[in-house]
Design a protein around this ligand. Structure first.
Ligand code: GLA
Length: 379
C-alpha cells in the first residue's frame, strides 16, 4: 500500500514552522479481524496492524519566559484538523486535575503528563501531526496518534517506552486525558504488531501470539462513508452494561463465565444479549485462531460473519449502512465480513481470495457508490 506523500515525510513541520524537526516518529493503524468489544471484558481478540499511519514531527524550543513562569508551551499543527493551536501548561503536572479542552492537543498534553509521570523532563516544544488514518472510522486513529506521540516525545525527551508499557501508557492517554474508556487491543497491536502477521491477544494475561496470514487471502477494509454517531456514548454505555451484568452474575469480569454453558436466564434484557455476545465472541476468536493456523479460510470467513450478526443483534452496535455493506461484501464473493472497531458507523473488514480481489472490488464499486476500499492491508 502506498502512504500518500507527506503522511510519513517531514515536510509539514518545515512548512508551518520554517525549521527542521529534530524527531520524526509514526504509528500504524489496525484492523480487528474478530473479537468485537471483548477487550474491555478481559477476553480474546485477533487483529492486525494496517498500513495507514500517523506521523509526528517534533522539536524542542527555547522558551525562557514560559520556563521562568514554571510552564511548558506546546505549539502544534495538524493536517487532520488543519489548525495551528497552542497551549501553555504548568511544568509540574497537577495530578488532581485535567488540562482537558476537547481538542487534539488533549492527546499531546496527555502524552506529556504520562511521560513526566514515568520520569521524563519535558520542556516547551513544537509539533506537526499528519497522516492518513481516517478519524472515527473504526481503524484506531486515536491509538495511532497516542502511540506516535509517545514514540516521538519519548525520543525527543530521552524516555522511550516499548511493548506492553507503551500500550498501557497510550491507553491511559485516552482514558484519563481524553475521556474515552477504551480497551487495550488497539495500542497493543500498534506497539507490538507487524504487518506480516495478525496478533491473537488474551487481554487478561496480555499474552500474544503472532498468527501468519496466508498471502493467497486478503483482508479488505471498506469505509461505509457513514461517520460514527453516538460512538463514545454508545461505547461507554456498552461497557457499563457489561459491568452491571458481571456484578449481577457475581464475577469481576465476563471472562470468568463459562462460555456457552452459562445460564443467563436471570439477567434482564438487554444485559442477557450483551453477555451472550461476549461469551460467543470469545469462543469465535479462539476458533478463528485455530482456523487461521489450519489454513481454513472458509471457516474464518464464517466466523467473521457470525461475529457481525452477533454485534448487530445481540450487542446492537451496527447501523444499516454497515449491515448493507457486509451483505454487499458477501454477495460480491467475500468469504466473510464484519464491522470494524467499535461500530456505530465507519468501516467493514472483509476476507477475500486474492485472485478474486480485482473483480470483487469492481462489484462492490458497482453496488455501493459511497463505499471506499482501502488498498489491500494484508500481504
Ligand atoms: C474501539 C476500542 C477498542 C475495542 C473496540 C471494539 O476500537 O478502542 O479498545 O474495544 O472498539 O472491539
Amino acid at each position: 500500500m502506498t502512504v500518500p506523500s507527506g503522511a510519513t515525510g517531514s515536510d509539514y513541520y518545515a512548512q508551518v514552522f520554517s525549521d527542521s524537526p529534530t524527531v520524526v516518529a509514526s504509528a500504524l493503524s489496525r484492523v480487528d479481524i474478530i473479537g468485537g468489544h471483548t477487550d474491555y471484558n478481559q477476553g480474546f481478540v485477533l487483529a492486525a496492524p494496517m498500513p495507514l499511519a500517523t506521523t509526528v514531527e517534533l522539536s524542542a524550543v527555547q522558551d525562557d519566559v514560559e520556563r521562568s513562569n514554571g510552564r511548558i508551551r506546546i505549539e502544534g499543527f495538524s493536517t487532520m484538523t488543519g489548525d495551528r493551536v497552542a497551549r501553555s501548561v504548568p511544568s509540574s503536572p497537577d495530578l488532581s486535575s485535567h488540562d482537558r479542552r476537547g481538542d487534539w492537543l488533549d492527546y499531546v498534553v496527555g502524552a506529556v503528563r504520562e511521560l513526566q509521570t514515568a520520569g521524563a523532563t519535558v520542556t516547551s516544544f513544537r509539533l506537526a501531526v499528519s497522516g492518513n488514518v481516517p478519524i472515527g472510522a473504526g481503524l484506531a486513529s486515536s491509538a495511532s496518534l497516542s502511540v506516535a506521540l509517545l514514540r516521538g516525545l519519548g525520543q525527543l525527551f530521552s524516555h522511550m517506552l516499548e511493548g506492553e508499557i507503551l500500550a498501557k501508557t497510550a491507553q491511559r492517554i485516552e482514558r484519563i486525558h481524553v475521556g474515552v474508556n477504551c480497551g487495550i487491543m488497539d495500542p497493543l497491536i500498534l506497539a507490538d504488531g507487524s504487518l506480516e502477521n495478525a496478533l491473537y491477544i488474551d487481554t487478561l494475561s496480555l499474552e500474544r501470539h503472532a498468527v501468519r496470514l496466508d498471502p493467497d487471502y486478503s483482508l479488505e477494509v471498506i469505509d461505509s462513508g457513514e461517520r460514527r454517531r453516538l460512538a463514545e456514548v454508545g461505547y461507554n454505555l456498552r461497557r457499563d452494561e457489561c459491568q452491571r451484568a458481571a456484578r449481577a452474575l457475581g464475577v469481576n469480569s465476563l471472562r470468568e463465565l463459562k462460555g456457552d454453558e452459562q445460564d443467563l436466564s436471570d439477567l434482564p434484557p438487554p444485559l442477557d444479549r450483551r453477555v451472550r455476545h461476549i461469551l460467543n465472541e470469545n469462543l469465535r476468536v479462539q476458533q478463528a485462531r485455530r482456523a487461521l493456523e489450519a489454513g481454513n479460510y472458509q471457516m474464518l470467513g464464517r466466523l467473521m460473519h457470525d461475529s457481525h450478526l452477533s454485534l448487530r443483534d445481540h450487542y446492537e452496535v451496527s447501523v444499516p449502512a454497515l449491515d448493507r455493506l457486509v451483505d454487499e461484501c458477501l454477495s460480491s464473493g467475500a468469504l466473510g465480513a464484519r464491522l470494524a472497531g467499535a461500530g456505530f458507523g465507519g468501516c467493514v473488514v472483509a476476507l477475500v481470495e486474492r485472485s478474486e480481489r480485482g473483480a470483487w472490488c469492481a462489484r462492490i464499486a458497482s453496488l455501493n457508490a459511497k463505499a471506499h476500499i482501502f488498498d489491500s492491508c494484508s500481504n
